[in-house]
Design a protein around this ligand. Structure first.
Ligand SMILES: Nc1ncnc2c1ncn2[C@@H]1O[C@H](COP(=O)(O)OP(=O)(O)O)[C@@H](O)[C@H]1O
Ligand SMILES: [Mg+2]
Length: 210
C-alpha cells in the first residue's frame, strides 16, 4: 500500500476509535483527578502549609518516595487547592526542566537568566513574592552537577521573607548531597510517600475509568 492511502485508512480507524473514548485526557501522564485519594502523606503536607499560613514560620519539607507514588500529582493538586482556598501563594518548578538555581529563579520571574547574578535574581524574586510563598521544587535530585550546592535552597532558607520550600525526590540520597550550611538553615522535615497498595490502585483506576 502506498503512503497516502495508508494514512487515510489510519485516520479513519483512529477517529473510529475516538468515538469509543469519551475523554483522552484521562490517559495523559499529567492528568490530575478532580479528587485524588487523600492519604496521610497529603494530610501532612496540608497541615504543614496551614501552619505556615497561620504562623508565618516555615518548616521546609523533603517529600521522598519511589517513582509513581503520587508525589507530583499530589503537590500539583494541592497547588491549585491551596492557591484557591488560603492566603498562601504556591509556585512550582520542575528541576529536570529548570536544572540550575539561575534557571529556576528566572522561570519564577518569567525572564531569561542571562546577564543577572544570583543575588540580583533573588532580589527580584523577593520583590515579586511579598506574601507567604510555598516554593515547590520537583525532582530536585535532577539539578545539574554545575549547581552542586543547589544555591536556591540556601537563598530561600536563609531569607528574611516567609518562604517555605517543598522539595520532591525519588532519591533519598539527595539530602546527603546538600552542604552543611544549606542543611543547617533548611532543616527539612521528611515526608515519605508510600507505594499505593492494591486497594488504592483499584480505587484510582475505578475513578479514572468512570
Ligand atoms: N492518587 C492518584 N489518583 C490518580 N492518579 C494518580 C494518583 N497518584 C498517581 N497517579 C498517576 O500515576 C502516575 C505517577 O504519579 P506521579 O505523581 O507522577 O508520581 P511521582 O511524582 O511520585 O513519580 C501519574 O500519571 C499520575 O497521574
Ligand atoms: Mg514526580
Amino acid at each position: 500500500m502506498k503512503h497516502a492511502p495508508f494514512l487515510h485508512q489510519e485516520r479513519k480507524r483512529s477517529s473510529g476509535q475516538s468515538e469509543q473514548v469519551k475523554d483522552f485526557s484521562v490517559f495523559d501522564f499529567n492528568y490530575i483527578p478532580e479528587e485524588p485519594l487523600l492519604r496521610d502523606e497529603g494530610k501532612l503536607l496540608i497541615k504543614e502549609m496551614v501552619r505556615f499560613e497561620t504562623t508565618g514560620i516555615a518548616t521546609h519539607q523533603a517529600v521522598l518516595g519511589a517513582k509513581g507514588s503520587g508525589k507530583t500529582l499530589k503537590v500539583r493538586y494541592l497547588e491549585t487547592l491551596i492557591n484557591a482556598e488560603t492566603r498562601l501563594n504556591v509556585i512550582y518548578a520542575n528541576c529536570r526542566r529548570h536544572n540550575t538555581s539561575f534557571k529556576i529563579f528566572a522561570h519564577f520571574l518569567g525572564i531569561q537568566p542571562r546577564g543577572l547574578s544570583m543575588s540580583e535574581l533573588y532580589n527580584r524574586f523577593c520583590q515579586k513574592h511579598q506574601v507567604k510563598t510555598v516554593v515547590v521544587l520537583d525532582e530536585i535530585d535532577l539539578m545539574s552537577p554545575k549547581d552542586k550546592r543547589r544555591d536556591i535552597l540556601y537563598f530561600l532558607s536563609r531569607s528574611e521573607r516567609p518562604y517555605m520550600v517543598i522539595m520532591l525526590s525519588n532519591n533519598y540520597r539527595v539530602l546527603h548531597e546538600l552542604d552543611d550550611s544549606t542543611m543547617s538553615s533548611l532543616q527539612p522535615k521528611t515526608i515519605c510517600f508510600r507505594h499505593y497498595d492494591a486497594h488504592q490502585i483499584q480505587a484510582i483506576l475505578q475513578d479514572r475509568a468512570k
